[in-house]
Design a binder for this molecule. Structure first.
Ligand code: ATP
Length: 248
């Protein structure tokens, strides 16, 4: 059974059809990257899956339930968490408080002591234990990205939808990010990742779904996707242009 089964999903804004008809099944326990040119509809697809937008047609099945029509909170309670491109941190709160608050809003009922222990364990895992009492606003960019990830990991859920979690990370931070993703996978979690950095995509993905103009053009292994010149042309915007223009 697929970890997430999207069928015939459609979304238009006014007369502008952004997602004409997406069908996609995520294999459980794998990291799938959703790649495509700017404006392809990647974040819109996340919004449709997680209840931030309602599709005009189609279904999104997760563990036997259709998520369409559910609120974002209800979707999270069922076991799906997502991150946003804009880091929605509480700047005045400490690192510890940011994670604790996220965790307390989850579906699990924690005792205070258990919640605190869990928060510390997650901070250790993302490498922020020594920043526990630092305000979010005083963190570096990379640390803020990892705090954002920690807030989702603390929810203890099955399916992670991550919207550009590694954008702007330097080499060592990228390695940490890769290790974290791998550890989620080792624990049996399923990840759907939006990422523009194709080196990262190549490193971490088991599968790639290539989205263009709201349509899944290909769904395959990284090796096959990267070997497909038509897709790389589409990604870099060179498809349909004269060869000399494309090489400029
Ligand atoms: N609420 C909305 N109302 C109208 N148009 C929207 C809305 N949300 C998204 N769009 C449009 O849908 C298209 C797809 O946007 P989306 O953010 O999903 O693309 P994306 O693939 O995530 O792009 P990027 O890689 O640049 O983040 C864009 O043309 C965007 O302007």
């Amino acid at each position: 059974m697929a970890a997430l089964d999207i069928h015939g999903l459609r979304k238009a804004f006014g007369g502008n059809v952004i997602i004409p008809d997406v069908t996609l099944a995520l294999e459980p326990g794998l990291i799938t990257s959703l790649v495509g040119p700017n404006g392809a509809g990647k974040t819109t697809l996340f919004n449709l899956i997680t209840g931030f937008l309602r599709p005009d047609a189609g279904s999104v099945h997760y563990k036997g339930s259709d998520l369409v029509g559910l609120s974002p909170q209800r979707v999270t309670r069922l076991g799906i968490a997502r991150s946003f491109q804009d880091l929605r941190l509480f700047n005045e709160m400490t690192v510890f408080e940011n994670v604790l608050v996220a965790q307390e809003s989850s579906f699990r009922l924690w005792t205070r002591a258990a919640a605190c222990r869990h928060t510390d364990a997650v901070l250790e895992r993302v490498g922020l234990a020594d920043k526990r009492d630092t305000r979010a606003m005083d963190l570096s960019y990379a640390e803020r990205k990892f705090l954002n990830l920690a807030r989702i990991m603390a929810l203890d859920i099955d399916l992670f939808l991550l919207d550009e979690p590694a954008s702007g990370l330097d080499g060592p931070s990228r390695t940490t990010f890769h290790t974290l993703l791998q550890s989620l996978k080792d624990e049996g979690h399923t990840v759907l990742l939006i990422e523009h950095n194709l080196d990262i995509v190549r490193e971490v993905s088991d599968r790639i779904a290539f989205l263009n103009k709201g349509e899944v053009m290909a769904f395959d292994t990284p090796e096959r996707i990267f070997a497909n010149e038509r897709l790389t042309d589409l990604y870099f915007g060179t498809a349909g242009r004269p060869a000399e223009a494309a090489s400029c």
